[in-house]
Design a protein around this ligand. Sequence first.
Ligand code: NAG
Ligand code: NAG
Ligand code: NAG
Length: 310
Amino acid sequence: MEKPLLLYIFLLYWHFLNALFTVEAPQSLYTVEHGNNVTMECTFPVNGKLKFGDLSVSWEKKDKLKKQVYVLLKGEEDFKSQHSDFRGRIKLLKENLNLGQSLLQITDVKLRDAGVYRCLIGYGGADYKTINLRVKAPYRTITQGVVSTGGNKWKLTCKSEGYPQAEVIWQNREYEDLTDKANTSYETGSDQLYRVTSTLTIKSRTDEIFYCIFWNKELQENTSAVLHIADSADGVLWTESRHFVGAILIVTAFFGSVLLVMLCLRKARANKDNRTPVATSSTAKLSKDKDTYDCRDASSEDREMKCKYK
Ligand SMILES: *[C@@H]1O[C@H](CO)[C@@H](O)[C@H](O)[C@H]1NC(C)=O
Ligand SMILES: *[C@@H]1O[C@H](CO)[C@@H](O)[C@H](O)[C@H]1NC(C)=O
Ligand SMILES: *[C@@H]1O[C@H](CO)[C@@H](O)[C@H](O)[C@H]1NC(C)=O
């Protein structure tokens, strides 16, 4: 008879304590970008002036093994039990304790900080709440490359980094899915970020566009880039080929003129030789000859005529 009574009294007392002392978490999920700061909040009742020496505050992270994040025991901070993951990045905003707020600030948030946290408070009674922390790293900038691999084949590359792992979707101008023609590789470093490189090898005419989309399923975020086949890469080819054609024309014209000039010179010389014998045969002197000059200045048809009739 004695034991049930004790239990009954204990339960009553427990209930009474809990009713009196409740910890609340105004926000149960925080999402923060890696490298930023986050302040998570729990509240507890303070009636009148806070008796600091009666207060115990604890934040812990529920990983496979519990990790101590912050401890304040009967008004004394204890950093000895703090897990090395959090060293130097944790601050409890003590001035807010007077207002019944346990504010935990984590600076330079790491991807590994993501998880479930428990904030415990003992102040007369004791209670706790759990809070989720989500850490994201958006695939913000996409580096792209367009390389011609000969013929009308192109190698398109998109690179970015972020977290969690993103799928890379490829589409053409008509938004048709080309993903199965692409090759996507993932690398992770010590910072846990995914370095994603995706390559699409495709036949395409010029003046086309393609899209690569980094699809971060978990965060419901898409980042995309537009790749142009044409202007830059092909522009170079086009200018080069035009120069090439131009060069041929110039060379042809030059040799053609030289040939004509030589023909005219020969005729002129023959004519002069007939009239007055000229000792010098210097082309420089001969090219200044009036006959030659006339010959050069005339249109091609006239030239032939003039040369003939001289
Ligand atoms: C994070 O907090 C630290 C210390 O309070 C501050 O120096 C830093 O500028 C903050 N960083 C960001 C991204 O707000
Ligand atoms: C993707 O890359 C791997 C390794 O570089 C290669 O063996 C494979 O053939 C590629 N797949 C496609 C579809 O290009
Ligand atoms: C992101 O892109 C994928 C593939 O195109 C699509 O299925 C998904 O609905 C998009 N999600 C968002 C949030 O835009």
